[in-house]
Design a protein around this ligand. Structure first.
Ligand SMILES: Cc1cc2nc3c(=O)[nH]c(=O)nc-3n(C[C@H](O)[C@H](O)[C@H](O)COP(=O)(O)OP(=O)(O)OC[C@H]3O[C@@H](n4cnc5c(N)ncnc54)[C@H](O)[C@@H]3O)c2cc1C
Length: 387
């Protein structure tokens, strides 16, 4: 019988506990959780829990982790997307793959995922103690947590509150928010708050780094949010951008060759706002035209060359300068336990034997769309099976 402590009952800690118990029922497992186990899954995927994203190609999938890409090869070789789907089936959660390849429970309810994980924990006789762990003592043959002795310890405390990490003797890459909304320089765009645009392309540039993202964009009363903001913020999480030196996005609302002249010639009596609204929601079109001092009611036939160029510029490459994260909007964090100090085949610490990590507590974070939870299921599995 091996006594195992797992600190953190989020998706990674729970996966680890379930796998460790299933693979050896002699293991005596205790989860220490300061809140309710699995509660962090509730808001995921907008309450639908985007469990993962369909893929059979590990290298291609791993490219979606700005931190952790290569480390994850060996982890995903042991437990990948199909394994996660089968795991969920084994606890009574059937999943489906959406058109955009994101995977959700058939019920579209994160609550069902939470209940299923909790039931499995109960069924397997895994002990849960609801307390906040303030201190871990590393002793010769194991660990002392909450005044109890354990031979093995797993730290799965996520990416937010990690004071205890600093007592473990590991190098900790400072944890910074990633996947967040941006404050922007263009105040006139704040009037577009609530406007959401599906599947458009933006090029984001900072210094000599750039990324092209094609997904949804949401305007908010502080700036921009939604997948375009999340992907951009993950990619540039460690860069020193600021209001004087912002990340520059160029948003293309059209996505294909466009001859405005032909369009105007074909619709000479149409008001310009109605033409622009073929590419952007009407409210945003109005804001963009007003900002450019072009009357929304002007007929296409009297738009001059200069105005046509202005319209072309904002439709094909609207410039948005991202200056700072919107406070507390971070969905995941970049940073955590240095990957050089963890064995990717086992998730065991290279510094202390019998100490394991899994989930967001390590320096791995993915783009939006199910990658972060897949990291939890996979690293949780590898830690669990190695225990
Ligand atoms: C709003 C929102 C939506 C999201 N949607 C998705 C999505 O749809 N798909 C996706 O892939 N990812 C999504 N994510 C990201 C995903 O939820 C996280 O990556 C994931 O929860 C990380 O899991 P974890 O187990 O590593 O850490 P966490 O989920 O943070 O769990 C860690 C647990 O440890 C506990 N804990 C921490 N310190 C202590 C301590 N000292 N003592 C005791 N307990 C402690 C915490 O209370 C917590 O329950 C979303 C995140 C947010 C915020």
């Amino acid at each position: 019988m091996t006594r195992i402590a797992i600190i953190g009952g989020g998706p990674a800690g729970l996966m680890c506990a379930i796998i460790a118990k299933r693979s050896n029922t002699e293991n005596e497992i205790t989860i220490f959780e300061k809140n309710d186990i699995a509660a962090t899954l509730l808001p995921t995927g907008g309450g639908r829990c985007n469990i993962s994203r369909y893929s059979t190609d590990i290298k291609d999938f791993a490219q979606n982790y700005p931190r952790g890409e290569k480390f994850l090869y060996s982890v995903f070789n042991q437990f990948f997307v199909q394994d996660a789907i089968e795991f969920f089936e084994s606890i009574g959660i059937k999943t489906y793959t959406q058109e955009d390849e994101r995977i959700f429970p058939v019920s579209n309810k994160s609550l069902d995922v939470i209940f299923a994980l909790k039931n499995e924990v109960k069924k397997l006789g895994i002990r849960v103690i609801n307390t906040q762990i303030e201190e871990i003592k590393i002793i010769d043959n194991g660990f002392v947590v909450d005044n109890k002795y354990f031979e093995k310890l797993v730290v799965a405390t996520g990416g937010k509150d990690n004071k205890i990490l600093h007592t473990l003797g590991h190098n900790i890459i400072p944890q910074k928010p990633a996947m967040f909304s941006f404050e922007i320089k263009e105040n006139f765009l704040l009037e577009a708050a609530g406007v959401s645009i599906r599947n458009i392309t933006a090029n984001a540039k900072f210094g000599n780094k750039q990324i092209e993202v094609s997904c949804d964009l949401l305007f908010t009363h502080k700036g921009i949010s939604g997948p375009i903001a999340y992907k951009t913020s993950s990619f540039f999480a460690s860069e020193p951008y600021s209001s004087n030196n912002p990340i520059r996005l160029k948003v293309d609302f059209v996505g294909e060759e466009l001859s405005l002249q032909n369009l105007f010639d074909a619709n000479p009596q149409k008001e310009i706002l109605n033409i622009v609204s073929a590419f952007v929601p009407k409210s945003l079109g109005k804001i963009l035209l007003e900002h450019s001092n072009i009357s929304s009611e002007k007929k296409a036939c009297i738009i001059n060359k200069n105005e046509r160029e202005i319209i072309n510029d904002f439709l094909r490459g609207l410039e948005i300068n991202a200056v700072a994260p919107v406070p507390n909007s971070g969905i995941v964090s970049a940073g955590g336990v240095d990957l050089n100090e963890i064995n990717p085949k086992t998730m065991e610490s290279k510094i202390h034997k019998n100490l394991y990590f899994c989930g967001e507590v390590v320096n791995i974070d993915g783009l939006c769309g199910g990658y972060n939870l897949q990291n939890c299921w996979s690293t949780g599995y590898v830690a669990g099976i190695s225990l």
